[in-house]
Write a protein that binds this ligand. Structure first.
Ligand SMILES: [Zn+2]
Ligand SMILES: [Zn+2]
Length: 258
């Protein structure tokens, strides 16, 4: 499977970059959009036609993860009918927020589907399992296994540190971790720090760690120029022989080549 970054800032868009959104392409061409933050549709258009999406999956309903869902639905609703074969877009999300979950469905355009957080959801070529994260609103991390290749992608969603995350992440080819915070802010209620992401990657024996949901600007004590390098260097202190990268729009990884 191939993972392509569409947006990776945490919280708000900044300097031409949007917030959390990733395109996951299965070996058979299945196109799954994972979260749909600000600028997601704009960046998606540079990769594929949004109409070629087969499904969408949403970790939680904070605006930096769903900001572009409305305009994505408009694409499916309003794109001239004589130029494509209209289809209903499946959007998988949790149903622990009835108001937000109801918004996923638009008659004849998109269908909200509550993923089975205790089981394994089969979406196209992927088997996806879930774990609830530490966050101010209900949010789920995803373990995405491509059935035909056995490749494993783990995405934390938004989360503070919790011990079970290492088991959930065990043996992933690529670990895509929310690292909104710098070392020194451990056990936060909403996000991982660089140190925690590095420690989880080491404990769970992943092949590659990619930092996402990164902060557009650092706290006062860290120089704004190259601050993401600081975040990466902090993370690297806690990993052994695991390459660490920072996501960037249109940066992609073929999980079979890691
Ligand atoms: Zn977020
Ligand atoms: Zn959030």
């Amino acid at each position: 499977m191939k993972l392509t970054t569409l947006g990776c800032w945490g919280a708000y868009p900044y300097r031409e970059g949007g917030t959390t959104s990733y395109l996951i392409t299965g070996q058979d061409g299945f196109q799954l959009l994972m979260d749909c933050g600000s600028r997601a549709v704009t960046e998606l258009e540079k990769e594929i036609s949004p109409l070629d999406l087969d499904a969408v999956i949403i970790s939680h309903y904070h605006p930096d993860h769903v900001a572009d869902l409305g305009v994505l639905r408009h694409y499916f609703q309003l794109y001239p009918k004589h130029l494509w074969q209209p289809k209903v877009l499946p959007i998988y999300g949790h149903d622990e927020d009835a108001y937000e979950f109801a918004k996923l469905t638009m008659n004849g355009v998109s269908q909200g589907i509550a993923y089975d957080v205790k089981g394994v959801e089969q979406i196209g070529p992927f088997d996806i399992s879930f774990i609830k994260t530490i966050h101010p609103v209900p949010c789920y991390a995803f373990r995405i296994v491509e059935r035909s290749t056995g490749q494993v992608l783990v995405f934390t969603g938004d989360t503070g540190y919790f011990a079970e995350l290492s088991n959930f992440t065990a043996g992933a080819d690529l670990f895509l971790a929310d690292v909104y915070l710098y070392e020194g802010n451990e056990n936060h209620i909403a996000h991982l720090t660089s140190k925690e992401a590095g420690e989880i990657a080491t404990e769970s024996g992943v092949k590659k760690l990619v930092l996402t949901h990164v902060p557009p600007l650092p706290p006062e004590e860290i120089e704004p120029e190259h601050h993401l390098e600081v975040l990466k260097n902090q993370t690297e202190k806690y990993v052994k022989n695991i390459p660490v990268e920072i996501a960037d729009p249109h940066k992609s990884w073929d999980l079979g080549a890691i």
